[in-house]
Structure formats: structure tokens, C-alpha cells
Design a protein around this ligand. Structure first.
Ligand code: LLP
Length: 428
């Protein structure tokens, strides 16, 4: 069995003089010592480089970071400072972005069922665009504007183009059978354009589609661009938003296009199709996923001869539900022995009270893995922390940004008292 493919590690990782992996010049062991495990360690320069690549490839104000992938104030600020706008998919994401000092005018609001309160917050604050997802949402926005909530918002219509992306069905969104957007095929998309144009409560500035997430095939994006171009060109609107969805390599053998390559596929397709609108995108995973690894401590090794070995770590489905939800694969390795052959196969599991709590079904680990070892899982920077939970009242891990030898705590570990923060029981 082979050693870890180092291409799965973030840009600024090295093996230190003591043999221990470093991220952004910080020893993984030292970070784990200081902040405990599990811990999300982000390579800050890697994050910045991906944001810049997106801005350089698509242009300023055309690269919109999908905050659902990973959001805290430091991340919102970082993406904004590097020139990205922010896509928020709830009032909560908008609140965090604004709390980081990102102006609402740099945020676009998504959601297939935005509440009146979320829409009010967005309109009052003056978001850049509301991406309208349904006819019911038109009713809500029009009522808010008529009631004096704020200026008539610029809106973009979410279109369901009828293009299926090659990805997991739970994260595929462009097909006709979808809860999202106005379907092109049944005429809803055209009806939504008519409605927006007639409405006093919205100012139509563009159309949007998002075909799915973790898509590796450039051809799926080109197909969506083609369908959207056909629809958008006659409308002659200033904005065409083609969503996010660029995949990343999680395990050995996977190859994904870079952000720059994705941009050239999309922008070349749009140009050759004659699109005159500004083309923008909403990458999330491709910005954040490969920037981080989760570092755990091995606590228990159970060998069942003839059956399998279980290696249990001090986190699990509460810090990374993706293996359980989507059957997603991840690699794992020991930061003290990054280049060692990994010839022991084990089921890597967490500490939650259920058998389904699996992080890697067939993890490859060095044969000398032992209790007390730090164990790292790369490519956990997107949809890990953001989809985390408190299941079993396990406290959420901290997030540390490492750059130039400095480890900066940006989200602290939850405390047991935090578990009671919203619990208002007063004794009876
Ligand atoms: N724009 C829209 C409208 C979206 O719905 C999404 C993701 C994105 C952009 C960002 O897509 P990305 O570039 O990150 O692929 N929890 C799942 C992913 C769900 C994605 C939902 N929408 C996972 O862990 O794979």
C-alpha cells in the first residue's frame, strides 16, 4: 500500500526537521498540543491563493464565495479582502458575514424558502442581489417593499436548466426534478421573467443556475452554460451567474480541474455562444476544501481477527458527516510519518454512539499506528466544520489558521457551558 499522495495536502505543507508535518510553517503537533484535538487546521495562504485565483480568472465582482462551504468571521473577511463577493444562503450566513465587516452590498442571498425575516434583513441591509427562487418569494418581496422595508432589490432569478451533473443525487440540483428554482422546461422560467419585469417590487438584473456540487466534468458546466446562454441572450440582462460546483480531489487517483481551468471552460463557452452579460460564479468547495485538514487523536484500536480493525478517534460524524451522508471517501495519515507506506487497513470511526459513525470505511494507515497518535484527514476544509453538529453533546472543534509560522485561533473549541447556552431550563 502506498504512502499518502502529497498532492492532497494544502499548498504550504512541509515535513519539519523533527519529521512532523507543518502547515503554514506551524508544526501540526504543536497546534494540536496548544488547541487540543480534534482541530481544523487551515493553511491560510492556500485559502488566499484560491480566492485570488478565482478573482483573477473571473474578474473582480465576478467571483462570489459560497459561504456554506465554510464560514466564520475570519473566513468571510479573508474572502472579501481577497476581492471576492459572498454568497449567503440564510439570514444566519448573512449575519455572520456582516459581523465580519463585509458590507451587505457585497453579499448575494440564496435560498429556496427564504423567510420573511430573512428577506427583510437582506432588503433593509441592502444586499447586492436577492436570488429569487419561487413565485411565493416574489409575493414576500413585493409585500416587504410595499410595506417600506427598503429600496426595491436587484434580483437574479434562479433557473433550473434541466442539466444533470454527474455527482451524488443529494448534491445534484440542475435537473428538472428539483426543489430549487424556476424550471426552464415547463415554462416557469419565462413566466418568472415576465413576473419580475411587471413587478414594482423587484428590479430584474440577471439569471442564475447551479447544476450541482463536486462536479469533475468540465463538459457538465459547458452544457449548463449553453442552455443558460440560449435562455439569457434574448433577455439581454446584465448578469449571468453560473453557480458553483467545481469538484476537488479527496482521495488518491481523483483529478479535478483547477479554478483557472474551470474559468476558461465557462468563459470560452459563454464567449463563443455570444453571451454579453457579466458572467460570475459561486465557488465554495474549490476555495476551502483542500485548504484544511482535521487532526484527531487515536484513542482506541480494536482488532477483530478475521473481521477487521477499528481505529477510533476523538471526533467523528459531528465534525465530518460527509462519509455518512454521501459515502464520501477521505484519506488519512499520521503527521509524524507522512511518507510512510500505509499497509494497515482499518475502519476509521468516531466516538459517537452509533455504528454508522464512520470517517473512512477502508482507511490505509501505517502498520505502527498506535493509541495516542495524531491522525490527520486532509481535504476537510469544506462542508466539514459548516455541517458539524453537537450530536451526543460533543463540543465542536476549534479552527486554527496557520500562516508564516503563526497559528491563529479563529474559532475556539466549544465548552460544556456553550452546550447550555440556548437551554433556558430554570429548574422546573
Ligand atoms: N451556489 C449555489 C446556489 C449552491 O447551492 C452551492 C452549493 C454553491 C454555489 C457552492 O457549491 P460548491 O462550489 O461548494 O460545490 N454539503 C454538500 C454540498 C452541498 C452544496 C450545496 N450548494 C457536500 O458536502 O458535498
Amino acid at each position: 500500500m502506498t504512502a499518502l499522495d502529497r498532492r492532497l495536502l494544502s499548498d504550504n505543507t512541509e515535513i519539519g526537521a523533527d519529521g512532523m508535518l507543518t502547515v503554514g510553517g506551524c508544526s501540526v503537533a504543536a497546534v494540536a498540543e496548544e488547541y487540543g484535538t480534534p482541530v481544523f487546521i487551515y493553511d491560510e495562504a492556500h485559502l488566499r491563493a484560491r480566492c485570488r485565483e478565482a478573482v483573477e480568472s473571473f474578474g473582480r465582482d465576478r467571483a462570489i464565495y459560497a459561504t456554506k462551504a465554510f464560514l466564520c468571521r475570519a473566513m468571510a473577511r479573508l474572502a472579501y479582502d481577497e476581492g471576492m463577493l459572498l454568497d449567503v444562503a440564510s439570514g444566519g450566513e448573512l449575519h455572520v458575514a456582516m459581523a465580519a465587516g463585509v458590507p451587505a452590498s457585497a453579499c448575494t442571498l440564496h435560498g429556496n424558502n427564504k423567510s420573511v425575516a430573512e428577506l427583510r434583513l437582506a432588503i433593509e441591509a441592502g444586499v447586492r442581489h436577492v436570488i429569487v427562487d419561487s413565485f411565493d418569494e416574489f409575493d414576500r418581496i413585493e409585500a416587504l417593499v410595499a410595506g417600506g422595508a427598503g429600496a426595491v432589490p436587484d434580483v437574479v432569478l434562479r433557473i433550473t436548466p434541466g442539466v444533470s451533473a454527474h455527482t451524488h443525487e443529494f448534491i445534484s440540483t440542475g435537473q428538472n426534478d428539483s426543489k430549487f428554482g424556476f424550471n426552464l422546461e415547463n415554462g416557469d422560467a419565462h413566466r418568472a421573467v415576465d413576473r419580475a419585469r411587471r413587478s414594482d417590487g423587484v428590479n430584474l438584473v440577471g439569471v442564475h443556475c447551479h447544476i450541482g456540487s463536486n462536479v469533475f466534468e468540465a463538459s457538465s458546466f459547458a452544457k449548463a452554460a449553453e442552455v443558460m446562454a440560449d435562455f439569457a441572450i434574448p433577455l439581454d440582462l446584465p448578469e449571468l451567474v453560473l453557480g458553483g460546483g467545481l469538484g476537488v480531489a479527496y482521495v488518491e487517483g481523483e483529478e479535478a480541474p483547477s479554478i483557472a481551468q474551470w474559468a476558461s471552460v465557462l468563459l470560452d463557452a459563454c464567449e463563443s455562444l455570444g453571451v454579453r452579460s457579466r458572467v460570475s460564479v459561486e465557488p465554495g468547495r474549490s476555495i476551502a476544501a483542500a485548504a484544511a485538514m482535521t487532526v484527531y487523536t487515536v484513542g482506541t484500536i480494536k482488532d477483530i481477527p478475521g473481521v477487521r480493525t477499528y481505529v477510533s478517534v476523538d471526533g467523528g460524524m459531528s465534525d465530518n458527516p460527509r462519509p455518512v451522508l454521501y459515502g464520501s471517501g477521505y484519506e488519512s495519515f499520521l503527521p509524524r510519518a507522512v511518507d510512510d507506506p500505509r499497509d494497515r487497513t482499518a475502519r476509521l470511526v468516531g466516538k459517537h454512539c452509533e455504528s454508522g459513525d464512520v470517517l473512512a470505511f477502508n482507511a490505509q494507515l501505517p502498520s505502527d499506528v498506535e493509541v495516542g497518535d495524531l491522525l490527520a484527514m486532509p481535504v476537510t476544509g469544506a462542508y466539514g466544520h459548516s455541517m458539524g453538529s453537537n450530536y451526543n453533546k460533543i463540543t465542536r472543534p476549534p479552527v486554527v489558521f496557520c500562516a508564516d509560522g503563526d497559528a491563529r485561533l479563529v474559532v475556539r473549541r466549544e465548552s460544556f457551558d456553550d452546550l447550555l447556552a440556548t437551554d433556558v431550563f430554570s429548574g422546573r
